[in-house]
Write a protein that binds this ligand. Structure first.
Ligand SMILES: Cc1ncc(COP(=O)(O)O)c(C=O)c1O
Length: 596
């Protein structure tokens, strides 16, 4: 087992200290675990009461204060607390929590928060997130210039509104929305989650109208929605918030850990408001088969007369598939696809705060979801969950659309996929790992014989030569390593990489396959080839150190304990009572921590 001494050469001072605290952390609470995910070194600096250490950290710090400083309440800033205090005129009695009576100078407020925020992880090394972390300076300038504009003030900011509407037209075109007389219907959202709520709600309203028109009960047994068990939390949130029964289709290794349309059909009935189809899975990046699902629902409709629409959750894939896999039919080319969401802040290449939903035809957005607003003599329309929202993320989105264009997006996504393939092959080449993601596996190539099937030209740097999916690498220890080192925990790789600065999550796959743990890397535009080489190097070094002494040392055992807490963290593991898992076990299901 790698000792703390061995590890220490990689660690910043704060992280080394954190390790020592973790060593003493025997009963970490779930909330503590959340902090560990958010930032390793925060364990030491933030003395939350819910961290169960043998030592009462708060007390130890309190007892360590100079006698002269004891007058300051525990909950107040003291002069020595504020960095650069001697340079600023500060009121040292400001409370730490609770709104201060009197404010502090802007410079001091900035410095305090700026310094504290340095404890966050480095966004570029955050390989856990799909959310884009870089835009050109010109994009930042544009966003900055428009920070104070509210997109809901449509009359006051007509240019922003116009740019929003043009984004919708561009996205509708990208997703092959039929061209009609009326404008494409859609809206900007805070992210895909809000968009999913709107897409799901529209399907629920259509189903209700259909049932009422047929004189049928809409309450007993009530509506249900079908989705793969690997669904991101936003999809389950929709069902829970809008009181729709969740029908989770179990996933298996054979279905590449995503919903198999044939299995999904077992969960569809007259009360199914729609099927959420995911492009691609948050767990592995695998695309679900939208065309396959659509064909089976066509057959079902022909037999039963029940029309079951599809909403595609293309949170990440909506800005990957059109550029990398243009022939893949997943969008409005399929008439059954009634709405699609995507996160502009993922592969749309914008900074956090923008998602999109577009309906195939204006009529598919139910009229009772659209509010008419009469301000300043004009009529505006609103169909979001939020009213006010910042205009600048939408302006950032348009910046990307016109700065990159089709060609630019194609280059970005193709480069992401190249890097994802190198990482996949390097990890497998090390002999320690096997990938569950498939984007490095050629299609139409008989890999067993090493021969090209059909008449396919060798074009091995083109996305379409490979299995379609997101630029994501999901990997685990090989069976051989697991057998030889039964005590070795894969989560330790995450912990050790975190200590170096890499954020690479280790989590369990969805119910029914949740005995499988995967590490996952999301490749984004900002990830360079040099960083990729460094990452491969660090993963291999960390793994070899762990293999060198794979027994659980106290430090690693403590981390394992924390890791378990992460996986069972409340709020991440809740299954509400209207969830039906694939095994038919109604009620409380077991759910691995959601990757984000
Ligand atoms: C498949 C999928 N759907 C929905 C979401 C939620 O997206 P957002 O964070 O933009 O709300 C995510 C986020 O990772 C996702 O991967």
């Amino acid at each position: 087992m790698m000792s703390l001494l061995q590890v220490s050469k990689y660690l910043p001072i704060t992280a080394q200290l954190t390790f020592t605290v973790i060593l003493e952390t025997f009963e970490p609470s779930a909330t503590h675990a959340t902090h560990v995910t958010a930032g390793c070194s925060s364990t030491l600096t933030m003395t939350e009461p819910h961290v169960h250490t043998k030592v009462d950290i708060g007390q130890v710090i309190k007892d360590s204060r100079d006698a002269n400083n004891l007058d300051y309440g525990e909950d107040s800033w003291a002069e020595y607390d504020v960095p650069y205090a001697s340079r600023y005129d500060i009121d040292v009695t400001m409370p730490r929590s609770g709104l201060p009576q009197k404010g502090i100078e802007a410079k001091v407020a900035y410095q305090l928060l700026h310094d504290e925020l340095e404890l966050d992880g480095n966004p570029n090394m955050n390989l856990a997130s799909f959310v884009h972390t870089w835009v050109p300076d010109e994009c930042k300038r544009l966003m900055h210039e428009n920070l104070s504009k509210n997109l809901s003030d449509q009359d006051e900011y007509p240019a922003s509104t116009e740019i929003h509407d043009r984004c919708i037209e561009m996205i509708g075109g990208l997703w092959n929305a039929p061209k009609g007389k009326s404008k494409i219907r859609g809206t900007a959202c805070t992210g895909s989650s809000e968009a999913i709520m709107l897409g799901g709600l529209a399907m629920k309203r259509h189903w209700q109208a259909k049932m009422k028109a047929a004189g049928k009960d809409i309450h007993k047994p009530g509506p249900n929605i079908v989705m793969g068990a690997e669904a991101q939390v936003a999809l389950e949130k929709f069902a829970s918030y809008f009181e729709v029964e969740t029908r989770l289709v179990p996933v298996t290794a054979e279905s590449h850990y995503v919903m198999d349309p044939k299995v999904a059909m077992k969960y569809v009935d007259e009360n199914t408001i729609g099927v959420f189809v995911i492009l691609g899975s948050t767990y592995t990046g695998e695309f679900e088969n939208v065309k396959g699902m659509s064909d089976l629902l066509d057959e079902y409709e022909a037999k039963t007369g029940h029309h079951v629409p599809i909403h595609v959750d293309a949170a990440s894939g909506g800005f990957v598939a059109p550029f990398a896999f243009p022939k893949l039919e997943w969008d409005f080319r399929l008439p059954r696809v009634c709405s699609i969401n995507a996160s502009g802040h993922k592969y749309g290449a914008s900074l956090v705060g923008v998602g999109w939903i577009v309906w195939r035809l204006p009529d598919l957005l139910p009229k009772n979801m659209v509010f008419e607003l009469h301000y300043l003599g004009e009529t505006d329309y609103s169909f979001n969950l939020n009213f006010s929202r910042p205009a600048h993320p939408i302006l950032g989105q348009m910046f990307n659309f016109i700065n990159l264009g089709m060609e630019g997006y194609k280059r970005v996504v193709a480069a992401d996929l190249v890097k994802a393939r190198i990482l996949s092959r390097a990890l497998e080449g090390s002999g320690y790992f096997v990938c569950l993601s498939n984007i490095h596996k050629p299609v139409n190539v008989d890999t067993t014989l090493g021969k090209v099937k059909h008449d396919l030209k060798i074009d091995d740097d083109k996305p379409e030569y490979y299995h379609a999916g997101l630029p994501v690498v999901a990997f685990r220890f090989t069976d051989d390593i697991k057998q030889k080192y039964p005590h070795l925990k894969q989560a330790w790789v995450q912990s050790q990489l975190r200590a170096i600065g890499w954020i690479v999550p280790n989590y369990c796959l969805p119910p029914a396959v949740d005995t499988v743990e995967v590490l996952r890397v999301v490749i984004r535009e900002s990830f360079s080839g040099n960083l990729l080489s460094k990452l491969v190097h660090d993963i291999v070094v960390v793994t070899e150190m762990l293999l060198a002494d794979a027994g659980p040392s106290p430090s690693m055992a403590a981390m394992d304990h924390i890791d378990k807490a992460i996986r069972s963290a409340p709020g991440k593991a809740n299954f509400d009572s209207n969830t039906q898992t694939g095994q038919g076990d109604k009620g409380k299901g077991k759910k691995a921590g959601y990757p984000c």
